[in-house]
Write a protein that binds this ligand. Sequence first.
Ligand SMILES: Nc1ncnc2c1ncn2[C@@H]1O[C@H](COP(=O)(O)OP(=O)(O)O)[C@@H](O)[C@H]1O
Ligand SMILES: [Mg+2]
Length: 250
Amino acid sequence: MAEPILSTRDVVVDYAGFHALDGVSLDVREGTVHAIIGPNGAGKTTFFNALSGFARATQGSIRFTGIEIGGLDPAAIARMGMVRSFQISSIFPHLTVLDNVKIALQARTSLSRRLVASPKTTAVLDDPARAALAGVGLVDELDGPAANLPYGKKRSLELAIALSQDPRVLLLDEPTAGMGIEDIDRTVELIKAIAPGRTIVLVEHNLRVVADLCDRVTVMQRGKVLVEGSYDEVRSDERVVNAYLGGGHA
Ligand SMILES: Nc1ncnc2c1ncn2[C@@H]1O[C@H](COP(=O)(O)OP(=O)(O)O)[C@@H](O)[C@H]1O
Ligand SMILES: [Mg+2]
């Protein structure tokens, strides 16, 4: 079998002596949609932070495309092709939807080295930014302030910002959180549409979404991997049932 595109071994992340991650070893195969589930506080977001360079692993190894990336900063990891979805809080509310994506694109090009990029130089980012927004169904709201988007579309904008980086591996932390059923369905379709040719790792609480989207499921609990397998294997595992019943809501 081919080497996994992403592979961690015994990753530990410490917060003042508390192990938010306590030895996580996990392989993600290229081209799969891989879910990470588990009770609140299990360490799922911390794991994404470690993968994307936002948290420093104090022990263990993180290999992406066979290259050790532990210790690299987020921008370097994004340039290598692993991108984490940005949270709504990173959207600039007063800028237009289009400019939000252009800013993200600018951050990964040489344009960011200029203190102030002129409108003329950033015009080259128009087409890729529009393409990313078209990909998430936001073509009709390019010119309005991002603040005016309803919640579900703000989440789509986050996805467009991540997609504009053309990631090989996309990390999505609870992409359907807080959504009503219609936005959930739309987001599932969106993820299906962007999945071909990429690898997607997502943290997801909605098990219907996991069942619908994911080839592989890893269950985390208290900073460790509890179980890994297909959705059906994981769902019927007694340890998983106990973790969910005993460890807060799913
Ligand atoms: N920056 C931080 N400082 C201190 N503790 C943290 C920090 N981030 C997360 N934690 C703790 O690490 C544990 C795992 O958190 P998190 O990764 O957010 O869990 P999950 O995403 O699975 O709900 C929790 O106990 C949380 O309180
Ligand atoms: Mg979390």
